[in-house]
Design a protein around this ligand. Structure first.
Ligand code: G3P
Length: 214
């Protein structure tokens, strides 16, 4: 299972969480990675943890102000990027452009979507993976695998119908090892989570619990 920890703009110490993710990654068969804010990418990557961006823009080098360039993200040490997170929604053409920009920079891509219909559309753009996250469950602590298991199974089917090479992650409310196992049982190849680790008093203990049953 792939466990991608999105730090959003939570007031955690990104390097401390990155150290914890790296240490737990070394003790499990699961693949762990962390997605800090763009400004923190370089110092997080320096810890040796697998580092992801939260977003890249559909742009190239040039006259763009206030944007995130995929090449800069890669230069900072990121190996992948989220695209179209529900807190950073893009128009369809811009999702496509961001996937192309990420590919150009050699970044792995996970395109997020709200529901199975959007997952099918996202998979058609050829990312490495898609992630289904019902926005109403984000940050609630109620796992999507429990509150709405059908949405995960339907997302897996929708992606598979479009492109069987595109793997499916799920997210929203995931905070325990049981939640991760349940996601895997529904066909997801990984999970996207944030508050369960970024807001935990002890992020390392939260991560250890997450991967314990894997
Ligand atoms: O990107 C992960 C996310 O949106 C889920 O957040 O806090 O419910 O794990 P959370």
């Amino acid at each position: 299972m792939f466990v991608l920890v999105n730090l959003k703009t939570y007031p955690c110490d990104p390097v401390a969480v990155a150290d914890a993710v790296r240490d737990v990654d070394e003790s499990t068969d699961a693949r762990l990675a962390v997605a800090p804010q763009a400004a923190d990418l370089a110092r997080v990557a320096e810890t040796g943890v697998e580092t992801w961006a939260q977003h890249v823009d559909p742009i190239e080098h040039g006259s763009n102000t206030g944007h995130t360039l995929a090449e800069s993200v890669a230069d900072a040490g990121a190996v992948g990027t989220l695209i179209n997170h529900s807190e950073r929604r893009l128009k369809l053409a811009d999702i496509d452009g961001s996937v192309r920009a990420a590919e150009r920079a050699g970044l792995e891509t996970v395109v997020c979507a709200n529901n199975p219909e959007q997952i099918g559309a996202a998979a058609a753009l050829g990312p490495d993976a898609v992630a289904v996250e019902p926005p109403e469950l984000i940050g609630t602590g109620t796992p999507v695998s429990q509150a709405d298991p059908d949405i995960v199974e339907d997302a897996v089917e929708a992606a598979d119908n479009v492109d069987s090479e595109v793997s499916v992650l799920c997210g929203a409310g995931i905070s325990t090892g049981d939640d991760v196992v349940a996601a895997g049982d529904l066909g997801a190849e990984g999970v996207l989570l944030a508050s369960g680790v970024a807001k935990a008093d002890d992020p390392q203990a939260a991560l250890e619990d997450l991967v314990d049953p894997l």
